[in-house]
Ligand binder design. Sequence first.
Ligand SMILES: Nc1ncnc2c1ncn2[C@@H]1O[C@H](COP(=O)(O)OP(=O)(O)O)[C@@H](O)[C@H]1O
Ligand SMILES: [Mg+2]
Length: 249
Amino acid sequence: MALLEVHHLIKAFGGLKANDDVSFVIEKGELLGLIGPNGAGKTTCFNCIAGMFPPTSGRIVFDGQDVTGLPAHEMARRGLARTFQVYTAAGDLTVGENVLVGCFMHTRSRSSAKSKADGILEQMGLKEFRHQLVSELPVAAQKRVTMATALGTDPKLLLLDEVAAGLNPSEIEATMAGIRRIHAELGVTVMLIEHVMELVMNISHRLIVLDYGRKIAEGLPKDIARDPQVIKAYLGERYVREHAAEIGG
Ligand SMILES: Nc1ncnc2c1ncn2[C@@H]1O[C@H](COP(=O)(O)OP(=O)(O)O)[C@@H](O)[C@H]1O
Ligand SMILES: [Mg+2]
């Protein structure tokens, strides 16, 4: 069953269509990757889904209900959580406090929010950092804090915007494991924007590719990696040469 349907989404900023007639569906339980060059409209697509700003036209259906134009706090209440490309956890709060904030979305009880936060800290490998200020952590751990805070709200759908950008290989590995746990253990449907191909190609059930605001391809990672239009717009010939064995070029 579809958890999210995006129908003919257009988002214009003045004369620029950052999203230009984009349509896709996310099934419940899916792990969907969104890729494409810088400026392709990926973050804008997340912003429209998450209610940061209303679409210029088009329709968004979440969990069976038309949510087009609903504000971000209402989308959050309905089960949509997201992280931001530019890092946004509160640096002057501790890791534990950051995660606790999200946990108050559906409860007023401090003890139940607290026990939930503890579970999430454990799952995201952040327990050892709980009393530290977020600003004191390595970037990789800071990014896990934003994921953990989003999870505190009990999302049905989690949107991750470049959570592996700037991480080293072992940190990417840890982030990938974290996303897999969120998906498998918490049953959260995930959509992720990512430039780290190793992560997005491995983790995604399906990929959507944007270029100049338009959807240019959609399909299994192995098919996307061989799609001439995607290679031309984004992946490049070099990627294909270096990964020929995996994608069966
Ligand atoms: N709030 C905004 N106001 C004006 N232009 C914007 C805004 N947000 C994004 N854009 C423009 O929309 C296009 C797509 O941006 P974005 O969605 O951030 O791309 P991506 O995340 O794929 O790199 C870019 O040309 C960007 O400059
Ligand atoms: Mg972006």
